[in-house]
Every structure is written in C-alpha cells, then in structure tokens.
Design a protein around this ligand. Sequence first.
Ligand SMILES: Nc1ncnc2c1ncn2[C@@H]1O[C@H](COP(=O)(O)OP(=O)(O)OP(=O)(O)O)[C@@H](O)[C@H]1O
Ligand SMILES: [Mg+2]
Length: 326
Amino acid sequence: MRNVLEIQDLRVAFEAPRGIIRAVEGVSLSVAEGECLALVGESGCGKSVTSLASLRLLDTSQAIVRTDKHLLCGEEISGLSEKRMQELRGCKAAMIFQDALSALNPVMTVGRQIDEIFLRHTKLSKKEARERSISALTAVGIPDAAARYRSYPHELSGGMRQRVLIAMAFACEPELIIADEPTTALDVTIQAQILELLRRMREERGTALLLISHDLSVVASIADRIAVMYSGRIVEQAPARELLIAPRHPYTRGLLSAVVRLDDNAERFTQIPGTLPDPADKPKGCCFAPRCAHALECCKEKMPRLIEVSHGHFVRCCLNGGEGLV
Ligand SMILES: Nc1ncnc2c1ncn2[C@@H]1O[C@H](COP(=O)(O)OP(=O)(O)OP(=O)(O)O)[C@@H](O)[C@H]1O
Ligand SMILES: [Mg+2]
C-alpha cells in the first residue's frame, strides 16, 4: 500500500543557552494509506517535535531540522516553498492539536473558521462553504449544528471544541491527519467519546492517522501499529497487537505495566522510576539504561541499533540483540 507519510532519519535540534538540545535523533517512520500509527512515550521524549516536523510546522529560526527523505503523499516536501506547504496543509494533511481553545481563533465564530478552510482549498462559494461547514459540524456529532456554527470557541465545552477541531481537520478530506494528544485535556468520559469519533471518521473516510499520546491505553484500541519513543528515538515499533501482547523493550514493558495496573483498579499505578535524561546531556549508551532494571555494562557503553526481531517488530535494546552503534 502507498505511504502517505514517509520520513527517514529525522533529526531536530534546538540551540539553547545550556547547549544543543537534541530533541529528535534519527526517527524514521511511515504511515500507509488508511493506516493508524501511534507514537507513544513520556512527556519530553520528542513526540510533538516529530509531529510538527512531519508537516514542517517547526519554527526554523529556532529548530535545526534535517531529514534524508520526507515524503508527504508521494511529494518530497523538504525543499518546498512555505506557500506550497500551506496549500498541502489542510488539504493533503491536517493536524489536530491538544489544546482546542488555543488552536481556535477566539474572535471568530467556529463556523467561519471552518468556512475559511473550504474557501482556501476549494472553489466553493461562501454560501456553499457555509452549508459544508454545517454538515461538517453535524458529522462530528455537534447537535443543532446550524446554531453552533455561529458560536465562538469560548461558548462551547472542551469536548465540543475538540469536535470542532476534528471537523476542521477532516473538512477537505485529507489523506493524513496528525492528532497530537487530542484527548489529554478532556475528562475520561469525553476522552472516550472523542476517540470513538476519531475512529469512526477515520474508518468512514479511509483517512490515515498519526496518533500521538503519552498513554498506551489511549492508542491501544485504535492503532494498527505502535511506535514507542524514548529520548528522541524510536525504541520499539510493532503491529499494535504484538506490541501490547509481547513487548520486548524494558521501557515498553514499563509503560504497559502502568496501564495494566490502572485497569486492575489498583490504588496507585506504577510509574517507571526515574526521569528522561537531559536532552542537552544524554548518556553515551542506551538512553534508557540509567532507569532500566536489566541494564548491563554494555548498555551504558553503546547506543543499540534498531533491529527487526520478527516481521515488522523493531527493538532498540542490547538485551534484544541490538548491540552496536546507530
Ligand atoms: N522550541 C524549543 N526550544 C527548545 N527546546 C525545545 C523546543 N521545543 C521542544 N523542545 C524540547 O524538545 C524535547 C521534546 O519536546 P516535545 O514537545 O516533542 O515532547 P513531547 O514528547 O511532545 O512531550 P509532551 O508529552 O509533554 O507533549 C523536550 O526536551 C523539549 O524541552
Ligand atoms: Mg507534546
């Protein structure tokens, strides 16, 4: 199947007073037509930087971005003009951000904000755009969409605002949607409804999804494949079922045991002890070694390679045969 997104060896660094922050170090990923790839990892591991870089949304006055290959719907985008990128964003690929309130324009009705997408990317008249916007609001389950069309963002609940963002992302039927923590700001019940909506919209329209979350339980029911990130690198990637049933990397196992404990209604869920390394001062070997209960001497010496342990299942871990520098 054709890839709608294909990135090889993405590297992103920021120059900061305390040194160079290596936020992403050699991430390669692809999302096929209609597929859902989930990118999971703790806060600060580089998920948002990866997702923003995927649509070339990073501010290049701050970020140094390098890729060997960066295809969006078959087109190499690393050298494209900003004008062409703006044409592609919203039309070929769209983004759903975590914080709907700041993603929406506070002084414009939500209806007008959806109209703008149609007016920018299609030849629809204003009246036709309005009709399409109202249907888009209806499609994401907003009751009385014609009235809500005239609402300002602050007049809607958090869940409704997130539905508006989903309507905007799907408006021009893009081939790829990137959703960065789309449910984190919402309470658990609304979170489940929004995930269900995303799943339904994606299935109905065959849209590919790059779903970003710090929570494996959020992506478990929707992802076809899961990539686990740690300290700027993918440490494990596999078909979702396999990763959830037979995780190989100690970090993935740690993330999963947190989820399992939560489902068991245990009083406290376990978190992996320790924190991510300082991105401006990463350890020499495996970045997870300082927190890993199974780490050997060799783990502290060499950064393991990402190797394929079974069909489509990749692991970056010395204990899983991944010895050797990247
Ligand atoms: N503009 C910036 N300048 C300097 N450092 C940055 C910048 N943006 C991100 N970083 C750093 O890059 C690293 C990765 O950040 P990123 O936002 O991608 O994390 P994340 O995985 O999305 O975390 P979260 O789950 O909290 O959203 C962090 O160490 C962050 O501090
Ligand atoms: Mg983030």
